[in-house]
Design a protein around this ligand. Structure first.
Ligand code: 1AL
Ligand code: ZN
Ligand code: ZN
Length: 525
């Protein structure tokens, strides 16, 4: 046993040596069960599960000769990130993104699980048949593990329980136009039906919470006059015009609507995706205090970008709800870092790419230098596709911003991007933590290394992102998926072995039982 070992000593006679192959990762810094500690992590490479964790850095000689062992100190061993909001768009809009490119971009940044949104692929995941087409398209293409959400649209209530049985990890519905015609918005009646149908199902009902308040309402004349314009009220290339067209009241109105229906399914977890407006926080806090099971996520871009610095015409920043002011960004950070129960539990990418032509970026911002073309048209925020590309960059974006704010906590990052996202999608028994019985998904994070976001560091299909040319602090140097090294910054992907990702289709009903079984198995092994 190593003299500096402080945790459980390694088994003196190496009882597991010959029973099955292991690999060992150690570091003076690792986030284990949510806490920063020194650790030696032993993974059974046959099952892909973590079988032991010692709270100290052991040495190679503590393990049987030939055991793969790397001490990564002082780099930080993190659980692989679970990005619970990614649009992979395949099949149907594979030119926007796909399983192959999207999951490689994820692995590059230490993301070992992505959960695919139900819209933008054709068909959308609003029926079991649609899910089956997605699953068929994903087979053999995934470099990380992939789960799927189902969608709530008008008229598909009868599909919802079937989708739960088929293993979707939750559902998303829109209260405003989604941008694609195959995925229409739901009315209050549709939401009521979905809540009633799923009230006792093991799932999460999630909402794109923006809603245009009705023109005629019970509100008085003064309030009516102060309601936002429904149409652009200024130049279409000015970011301010776009921001003004989707005010915070769209988010608060939608959330109030959802909360007014929550009593229909008191046991069903509800979730607000991509929360942007801080004005919504008190509403959610008050509802949670009343016992409503509702949480929210925010995105890397709302925590790192601000309206004041978006250049006119720079449609790479267009997303819905919009990136708001710097003080709104500060308010989101304040909420997330408060000591007591924050309503924002998770941080995700909402990676929603498209082909560059649909972003309508003006040539001068798209890198055009030819004087004949540089003044070409573009930059209409209303016509451009809404969505930001960042899958795989999130950890570095968050770390850069946390460092800029002067108080970076890697434990917080793990809470928001690993543990809580895993819980949101019913994978908390095997993803999002370094713990015995969990999948051996590890991101080896160099928290000092800086890099520039450029084509070689954006592995998603279309290299069009507001982060391009920004310098980020913190880089993942190795990504491990279920005990296999998938990617290293130095050597790239384990191409020979091929994509090791699995599709996560175990129904959420089975999780508690499966967890118990898997921990028992890992411990007995
Ligand atoms: N159709 C979309 O991908 N929409 C997405 N677009 C964003 N967020 O701008 C979203 O998640 O709502
Ligand atoms: Zn959305
Ligand atoms: Zn989205």
């Amino acid at each position: 046993m190593a003299p500096h070992a402080t945790g459980t000593p390694p088994p003196s006679s190496h009882p597991y040596t010959h029973a099955y192959p292991i690999t060992v990762l150690a570091s003076s810094r690792a986030v284990v069960s949510g806490r920063l500690t020194s650790a030696t992590i032993v993974i059974n490479t046959q099952t892909g599960k973590i079988i032991s964790i010692f709270h100290s850095v052991l040495s190679k000689s503590d393990f049987p000769p030939g055991t793969p062992f790397v001490d990564h100190s002082p780099k930080i061993l993190l659980p692989g990130l679970v990005d619970a909001h990614v649009h992979l768009n395949e099949p149907g809009r594979t030119e926007w993104e796909g399983f192959w490119t999207g999951t490689r971009a994820a692995a590059f940044g230490g993301v070992t699980t992505v959960v695919d949104m139900p819209l933008n692929a054709i068909p959308p995941t609003t029926t079991v048949a649609g899910l089956k087409e997605k699953v068929a398209a994903a087979q053999g293409q995934c470099w990380v593990d992939v789960g799927f959400y189902g969608g709530i649209i008008p008229g598909n209530t009868h599909e919802l329980k079937l989708l739960v049985q088929e293993g979707v990890r939750g559902f998303k519905g829109f209260l405003i136009d989604s941008g694609v015609e195959e995925f229409p918005a739901v009315s209050s009646i549709d939401i009521s039906k979905a809540l009633t149908e799923l009230s006792d199902s093991p799932t999460t009902l999630m909402f794109h919470a923006e809603m245009i308040p009705p023109i005629t309402d019970s509100v008085g004349d003064d309030v009516q006059k102060s309601l936002p314009p429904l149409h652009p009220s200024g130049p279409l290339t000015a970011y301010k015009t776009f921001l003004d067209s989707r005010p915070a009241s769209f988010e608060t109105y939608a959330i109030a609507e959802i909360l007014s229906l929550a009593h229909l399914a008191p046991n069903l977890p509800l979730h607000i995706v991509h929360l942007s407006a801080i004005e919504a926080i008190p509403l959610l806090r008050e509802a949670r205090a009343r016992g409503v099971k509702i949480t929210a996520e925010t995105c890397f871009h709302y925590l790192s970008l601000a309206a004041e610095t978006v250049k006119d015409g720079d449609t790479r920043h267009k997303c819905c709800p919009p990136i708001r002011t710097q003080s709104n960004q500060d308010g989101l950070w304040d909420e997330m870092t408060r000591d007591d129960d924050s309503v924002i539990k998770t941080v995700v990418s909402d990676h929603s790419p498209c082909t560059p032509d649909l972003k309508m970026l003006p040539p001068r911002l798209a890198g055009e230098t030819d004087p004949a073309n540089v003044d070409g048209e573009g930059g209409d925020f209303f016509a451009a596709w809404g969505g930001i590309s960042s899958v795989g960059l999130g950890l570095s974006i968050l770390w850069t911003e946390a460092c800029r704010r002067g108080n970076p906590s890697v434990e917080d990052v793990v809470k928001w991007c690993c543990r809580n996202t895993a819980k949101q999608v019913g994978l908390e028994h095997r993803k999002g933590d370094l713990a015995v019985g969990f999948d051996g998904d590890v991101a080896v994070f160099d928290d000092e290394r800086e890099f520039v976001v450029e084509h070689s560091t954006m592995l998603f299909r279309n290299k069009c992102s507001p982060y391009e040319n920004k310098t980020l602090k913190g880089a993942v140097v190795e990504t491990w998926l279920r005990g296999k090294r998938v990617f290293t910054r130095e050597h790239g992907f384990a191409e020979k072995a091929g994509p090791p990702g699995q599709l996560l289709l175990e129904p959420r009903t089975a999780t508690a039982k499966a967890h118990k079984k898997e921990v028992e198995f890992a411990l007995a092994a």
